[in-house]
Ligand binder design. Structure first.
Ligand SMILES: NC(=O)c1ccc[n+]([C@@H]2O[C@H](COP(=O)([O-])OP(=O)(O)OC[C@H]3O[C@@H](n4cnc5c(N)ncnc54)[C@H](OP(=O)(O)O)[C@@H]3O)[C@@H](O)[C@H]2O)c1
Length: 358
């Protein structure tokens, strides 16, 4: 188990990471692991003492080759590929990772811990979030499956444990009681939910509050072309209760990078479900990508980086994002999305061109 306080995030100082020397002999500092600006932009995970960068890395893409539907949906990345993706994320200053039991029945969790070890990341230098899958299960399953999560994460503390969906057999109250037991047993550090409505969040928040714990996050679908949380009460409730919103699918499956507008033939390589979603939004999102491209050219960054930057800044510090990556350059670009600041005018312009997606 690693550091338990905000000190652990702050402890990622130049001095404390100097020992990390890569194969070319360059140390972590030289590799620009975390700039002073990046350190200053750390955010608290809800009302916990856990600190994270505005952008983390989603590793659902590490499901391929694992069991279940997710294991078949994703390309089977090699260990070297996964290690390189995680290494690139860490080098770019990303300090947290999102995985789940569902992602290949632990395959993604295993791949993540192997990659973190390969990068010589200490438990107290990274924040790891994973999720319990509630479908066709009751809250009693939470304590039964936690040791498997811990085993797969192999020494990396579960800093955040989320209920993946609101559609389990048990009530949010029963699920939160089981989660609170895990915190008290020292098996997880904080509790979150995912895909919960405003009402569900309130119930989970209240149940945890009765145990003296905060509801740290609600992880939900949010991107420039998927802005429903701004109108269905989820974002408003999160702000009111001090719950961090973690935006998943923040690049709209890669659509907001502009790659499918430039080369629609790439769609043939996308997984069936993603292909359908991307095709459905291809024309509608064209003006959005145009606006992203125009702003990106001013900063010499990519449209996807502008999309991520908007996402984690437009609503102050309420929203953080977990773009996924199947290639090293994806992780490099995602981390680089934290290295520039959009003007108020640019933030508003992107708000205007995507209002119809609210
Ligand atoms: N809680 C939930 O219910 C839930 C649901 C979905 C996702 N998530 C989490 O959110 C994470 C991200 O979501 P997501 O993967 O659905 O969507 P996403 O982050 O919007 O899209 C990721 C995909 O976009 C493409 N991409 C990323 N960076 C790129 C770049 N710089 N240039 C070109 N293409 C790029 C890649 O596609 P290709 O691989 O096709 O090249 C990558 O796999 C997941 O890993 C997972 O951790 C959670």
């Amino acid at each position: 188990m690693g550091l338990r306080t905000a000190d652990r995030a702050v402890s990622i100082t130049y001095e404390s990471v100097r020992w990390l020397v890569d194969s070319t002999g360059r140390d972590y500092l030289e590799r620009n692991a975390m700039t002073a600006e990046q350190k200053a932009s750390m955010r608290r995970l809800g009302r916990t003492d856990i600190e994270i960068m505005p952008i983390g890395l989603g590793v659902m893409q590490f499901s391929g080759g694992g069991k279940g539907i997710m294991g078949r949906m994703f390309r089977n990345l090699t260990t070297e590929e996964k290690n390189a993706i995680v290494g690139a994320a860490l080098e770019g200053g990303i300090n947290w990772f999102d995985t789940a039991e569902l992602y290949g029945a632990g395959h993604s969790e295993k791949g993540l811990s192997i990659a973190l070890k390969a990068a010589q990341a200490e438990d107290n230098e990274v924040v790891v979030g994973t999720k319990w899958f509630p479908i066709l299960r009751a809250a009693g399953n939470i304590p039964k499956t936690i040791d498997e999560r811990i085993r797969y994460l192999n020494g990396y503390t579960i800093d955040l444990y989320m209920v993946h969906q609101p559609w389990g057999f048990s009530s949010p109250e029963a699920e939160m009681a089981a989660m609170a037991d895990l915190v008290e047993a020292g098996k997880i550090r904080s509790v979150g939910v995912s895909n919960f409505s405003a009402k569900g969040m309130r119930r989970a928040h209240k149940a945890l509050q009765e145990r003296g714990l905060p509801l740290a996050v609600n992880q939900v679908h949010y991107s420039l072309i998927h802005r429903e949380i701004e109108t269905n009460g989820v974002l408003e409730t999160a702000k009111e209760l001090g719950i961090t919103i973690i935006a998943y699918t923040p690049l709209a499956y890669g659509l907001l990078t502009g790659k499918y507008h430039k080369a629609p033939e790439l769609l043939r390589q996308a997984m069936l479900f993603r292909r359908l979603m991307i095709r459905r939004n291809l024309e509608r999102s064209r003006p959005v990508v145009r606006a992203l491209e125009e702003i990106a050219s001013r900063y010499e960054v990519t449209p996807g980086q502008v999309a991520l930057n908007w996402l984690v800044n437009f609503h102050g510090t309420s929203i953080v994002a977990i773009p996924g990556a199947s290639k090293v350059e994806h992780a490099q670009q995602s981390s680089g999305a934290m290295d520039f600041a959009l003007s108020e005018e640019e933030l508003s312009k992107l708000d205007e061109v995507t209002r119809e997606f609210r």
